[in-house]
Design a protein around this ligand. Structure first.
Ligand SMILES: [Fe+2]
Ligand SMILES: [Fe+2]
Length: 175
């Protein structure tokens, strides 16, 4: 993957932009869930900052933004969200948590795999931020749902995510 770092960067920038839009999309979708709105706005802002930072890095390396391609991983994952008002809300929060944790793991691998200390530091910082977002989404779920329900569903989604991940081909991308 690291041999194709510039292609990875184009994908990474799009992922950050989509993560920001996804958080604001939840603000639009759930105006009646006030306990999560401030955290969603924070996440949206931080993801947009990540997008700006990655885009700066791309410019410095003469790498252009690319159009979105289908993210089979995220599509397959989001298809796991159940229907029903509460079920869907819980699943969307927990799926966001899973995506953040997987992103953090990948950034850790990138940070460790890059020879460049400046890039390694940047990806290390992103990793910490995505770990925090993972906690933030779990915390949002716990504001509206019982511990047992949150952790039971989280366990199921983590297993489903592992199956989805292992079924996909490896490519120069975040997922
Ligand atoms: Fe991010
Ligand atoms: Fe994040």
């Amino acid at each position: 993957m690291l041999a194709d770092f510039d292609a990875f960067l184009s994908d990474h920038a799009n992922c950050e932009r989509k993560a920001s839009a996804m958080a604001m999309g939840m603000v639009v979708k759930y105006p009646d869930r006030p306990l999560v709105i401030p955290a969603l706005i924070d996440v949206a802002q931080e993801e947009l900052t990540h997008f700006a930072q990655v885009y700066e890095l791309m410019r410095s390396r003469d790498v252009a933004l690319v159009r979105d391609t289908r993210d089979e991983y995220v599509i397959a994952l989001m298809a796991q969200a159940r229907h029903g008002r509460d079920e869907r809300f819980l699943d969307r929060l927990l799926l966001a948590c899973v995506v953040e944790c997987r992103g953090a793991e990948r950034f850790g691998l990138v940070a460790d795999g890059l020879g460049d200390p400046v890039l390694a530091q940047f990806y290390g910082q992103l990793r910490r931020s995505e770990v925090k977002h993972g906690h933030v989404f779990a915390d949002m779920a716990l504001r509206y749902f019982a511990h047992t329900d949150v952790y039971r569903r989280m366990g199921q989604l983590v297993e489903l995510e592992a199956d989805i991940m292992s079924a996909l081909p490896v490519r120069a991308a975040l997922h």
